[in-house]
Structures are given as C-alpha cells and as structure tokens.
Design a protein around this ligand. Structure first.
Ligand code: ZN
Length: 314
C-alpha cells in the first residue's frame, strides 16, 4: 500500500483529512497557514492535486477548486486513488487583491523554493517537499490577468505526452501548447515526472460562472478517465492549438473589439478598431492568421504594444 504522508500526517485508505501547514505570521502577528484537504479512497489509485490561487487575484480558480472540494464532500464516491485540494496557494496575494506576494514575487516563478528564502519561495518549498512527491497528476486553476479574459483552455507542453492525454480527457474548448517556464510549478513538477495541467478561464478579480462550470466538468471528465469517478458529463470536442500569439496594438488609443472569446477568425479579418478620443484617427486591427480567439483584452484604453487579442492556431 502506497504511503501518503503530508507534513508528518499519515493519511490511510478511506480517510478524509484536513491539515494546515503554518507558513508565517502577518505583521499583525496573525498566523497564516496553508489549508490542505485530502480525500483518499479505499482502493489504491492515482493521486491528483486540484489547486487554485497560485496567483492570489485569480479568484475564479480558487472558486473552481473550492467547488470541486464541495462536490466531493457532498457525495462523490471516489472509486480509487486520492484527491488533494489546495484551493488557495497564495494567501498573501488573495488578502491584497494581488497576483504576487507583498514583495512582488510570483509564486509561479519561485519553484522549487527554499526554506529560508522569500515568502513566495518558502511556500514553493513546502509544495515541492510535501505535495509534489505525493502526486501523479495535477490541475492548477488560473485565469487571465487584469482585464485579460481567457476562453476555457488547458495549457500543456505538447512534448509531455502523458500531460497531453490528460488534457484530452479534460476536453474543454481549447488545448493550447504551452512550453514549460523556468521556476514554474508545472516545470518543477514535470522534472519530478509529475504531470500538471494549467487550466485558464475568465479573468482575475472576477467570478465567471461559465469558466468555473467548464473547469468543474473538465475535472470530472479527467477523473472519470482515470477511473476515479464513476460518472461524468459527456465529452465535448477540444480544438488543439499548436501555437498561440497575442496580436499587439500598432497604436495607442481606445480599443473596441468586434470579436468574441472562442470565435474563429480568418487571416486578414478585422477584429477590432483603435481610435483616438476625438474621432480623427481610426485604425483597424486585423488577424495575422486563421485561428481562434482564446484571450482578449477588456481594457478600453491601450498603449502601443499592448496585448489585444490572443489567437491560437491549429
Ligand atoms: Zn495565474
């Protein structure tokens, strides 16, 4: 029987255990800890991490992970294996409506972390020591940045064949090829031969029911394909996107898009207009390629070079 030991707590088959790993104190001396929820079936099977809030302002991801935990506790019968839920990884960012830590560090660029490093690096260290060795797979829930909204998509490095198969079993709208980034959670896990999918849906600081629902249903489909859940919603077709690029603003001004998330576009198609505040200048934004709109900027006032529309190519 596989040993499951997190922060010195042993979790046996059939057990549900909640643990809190102390992180540090706020300047007010309020204790901050990292809550982790472990649900283990009687039968041996894969260990899957469901995480959110690596970026503290990506509320949608936190809500998605929480909803999955709620559904688990309200009646899923886990057929085999173990689920580990960490709905909120970056508590500091969450408290301050920020992607990062108070010193500006990004948890997702702080792996594998260190015991005596920055706050972000200490949390990365705990995840690297206590969680990554325990898991086989993971789904890490993210959103677009400030005012940048993403259509539901799973990001995986297509060189990771196991990860790509997992992404296909999740089968949300898009599967996007996304190379591993140095010091990221996903890359660090991959070095330990663990496969983490990054789910992107909605934007930071907004709760987006559509993106949450897609994240929940996709996770159920993935767990079903691993033999951990009996039923799941019907599979839908995913569009596989080998590459993706942002179309950037050729001029500053007021950005007004005429395409919507999830739409497909043709090369040369007008996707948006950039205008000045006085009606003197109007510039068309055209798609450089045939593709799909997987992300869009919702901020109307833009500077030259700003990311406008994220296009994925099949
Ligand atoms: Zn993120």
């Amino acid at each position: 029987m596989r040993e499951l030991l997190i922060n010195g707590v042993r979790v046996r088959p059939g057990q549900s255990v909640n643990i809190e790993i102390p992180i540090a104190k706020l300047p007010s001396h309020t204790l901050i800890d990292l809550p982790i929820f472990i649900r283990r079936a009687q039968e041996e099977g894969p260990v899957v991490l469901i995480s959110g809030g690596v970026h503290g302002d990506e509320i949608n991801g936190i809500v998605t992970a929480r909803r999955l935990l709620e559904e688990m506790d309200q009646g899923w019968s886990l057929l085999r294996g173990t689920l580990i839920f960490i709905p909120l990884m970056n508590i500091y960012g969450f408290l301050s409506n920020s992607r990062t830590f108070p010193d500006g560090r990004d948890l997702n660029r702080s792996f594998p972390g260190s015991k005596k490093g920055s706050l972000a690096s200490r949390i990365a260290f705990i995840i690297n020591e206590e969680i990554i060795p325990q898991i086989d797979y993971g789904i890490d829930f993210h959103t677009g940045g400030r005012m940048l909204s993403n259509h539901p998509q799973v990001r995986v490095d297509f060189k990771d064949k196991v990860g790509l198969d997992l992404a296909k079993s999740f089968c949300t709208h898009f599967i996007v090829n996304s190379r591993h980034i140095e010091k990221s959670f996903r890359k660090t896990a991959f070095k330990a031969r663990k496969h983490i999918l990054v789910y992107e849906g909605g934007e930071s600081m907004r709760v987006d029911d559509f993106a949450i629902e897609e994240g929940v249903q996709g996770t159920k489909r993935l767990l079903h394909s691993l033999g951990m859940l009996g039923n799941s919603t019907k599979a839908q077709e995913s569009t596989i996107l080998k590459e993706s690029d942002w179309v950037r603003a050729k001029a500053s001004g007021i950005f007004n898009s005429s395409v919507k998330l999830g739409e497909s576009v043709k090369k040369g198609q007008i996707m948006a207009e950039i205008s000045d505040p006085y009606g003197q200048v109007k510039i068309e934004v055209k798609s450089p390629t045939n593709g799909h709109v997987i992300g869009i900027n919702n901020l109307p006032v833009i500077n030259v070079g700003d990311a406008l529309v994220h296009i994925g190519k099949e």
